[in-house]
Design a binder for this molecule. Structure first.
Ligand SMILES: *[C@@H]1O[C@H](CO)[C@@H](O)[C@H](O)[C@H]1NC(C)=O
Ligand SMILES: *[C@@H]1O[C@H](CO)[C@@H](O)[C@H](O)[C@H]1NC(C)=O
Ligand SMILES: *[C@@H]1O[C@H](CO)[C@@H](O)[C@H](O)[C@H]1NC(C)=O
Length: 339
């Protein structure tokens, strides 16, 4: 069976690449070049990883402009970002929840996220060519204004980590009880493209989601969005440990974590993606048979790699200066929003 599949794949010139890699933190700040380009500040604060061309406005070929990246594949100058998780104390003060790198893709990165580019599944492309994104491409998944279960996207979930290796047991809302090793936030993007637009007014309708959540096999792309692109997913490990004492939680027993949008349900989860792989590096990887770490040139794969020290050394200064460490009286941008 396996050899039949391999023969079929090689006949069609198709391959089964899957990328999974860690990116350390680039900057935490109130900018959003996808949803609010040019807005300084944006409505809420984000945690951002990837290339150092990150800015309030990002047009054109980012991969040719950036000079360093926090991702382990050093040709990946894309930017990846999500909202920031906060703990809300009984006295109403907020504290940012620290991030830690994914235990299974971790070499010493600081904070950040784990990024996936898969095909139909980890082991198959579903017999379809996977077309890499193009310079200027961007997309959004999720809705920062959503606070109701109804509109929840299937690929946006949380895992209450019993240990740093817990996987599965996904919920659409924030876990209701303290999670011993923190909360993993998971965002799966759509992977079907209309073949024409690098962006769309809502940053979503040029893409179509046939995914079923998790890393389950997606349905075929529809005629309106026929081009199968890499299935991008983010995992962020939020270390809630220092806030897990229930005597710190609200008296009514509700859970105390909020996104930087102000949402305490978890339904406002969203992720932003701005493509920035250098030249044809992503297509090269997607056209290979490489799997996870073996995609690195140090293991015979098609992609250049850098050390965790080099990843951690790539940083961007805050354009919008907000207090990141310690207790704050309100979420960044909150008073401006209410005004
Ligand atoms: C962001 O854009 C501003 C204004 O164009 C520029 O001064 C700044 O150097 C840019 N920052 C980065 C990190 O490219
Ligand atoms: C609010 O509560 C937190 C946690 O108990 C505490 O560390 C912080 O100092 C308090 N802030 C104020 C302004 O009282
Ligand atoms: C989470 O934070 C605690 C301290 O608050 C620390 O002891 C622990 O090592 C952190 N966990 C990870 C996986 O970094």
């Amino acid at each position: 069976m396996k050899s039949n599949l391999l023969t079929l794949a090689s006949l069609a010139g198709l391959t089964n690449a899957a990328l999974r890699f860690g990116c350390s933190s680039l900057v935490i700040q109130r900018l959003d070049p996808v949803v609010q380009p040019g807005s300084i500040p944006s409505a809420h604060i984000h945690q951002i990883v990837g290339g150092n061309a990150f800015n309030a406005t990002m047009e054109g070929d980012v991969g040719s402009r950036a000079t360093c990246t926090t991702c382990s594949f050093s040709e990946d100058f894309s930017n990846y970002w999500t909202a920031v998780l906060y703990f809300r104390a009984r006295n109403g003060s907020y504290h940012r929840v620290p991030q830690y790198p994914n235990a299974v893709a971790h070499d010493g990165q600081i904070g950040g996220m784990t990024i996936y580019y898969t095909q139909e599944s980890f082991t198959s492309n579903g017999n379809q060519k996977i077309t890499a994104f193009k310079p200027g491409f961007r997309m959004l998944v999720g809705n920062a204004a959503n606070d109701k279960k109804d509109g929840t996207t299937v690929g946006l979930r949380y895992t209450c980590l019993q240990t740093i290796l817990t996987r599965g047991f996904e919920t659409a809302e924030f876990p209701k009880e303290p999670c011993p090793a923190g909360i993993m936030a998971i965002q799966h993007f759509p992977a079907c493209w209309d073949g024409k637009n690098l962006d769309s007014p809502d940053h979503m309708s040029h893409m179509y989601n046939t995914g079923k959540g998790g890393f389950r096999v997606a349905d075929p792309c529809p005629a309106s969005h026929p081009v199968r692109m890499p299935q991008v997913a983010y995992e962020t490990m939020w270390n809630t440990t220092m806030f897990n004492d229930k005597s710190l939680w609200p008296e009514d027993g509700s859970q105390p974590f909020v996104w930087s949008t102000g949402d305490g349900t978890g339904y406002s989860a969203h992720g932003d993606y701005l493509f920035g792989w250098k030249d044809d590096s992503l297509q090269r990887a997607m056209d290979s048979d490489c799997f996870f770490r073996d995609c690195g040139a140090n293991r015979g794969g098609p992609l250049l790699v850098q050390s965790p020290e080099e990843q951690n050394a790539c940083l961007v200064q805050q354009t919008v200066v907000d207090q990141i460490e310690g207790w704050i009286d309100e979420l960044p941008g909150w008073s401006e929003k209410r005004r």
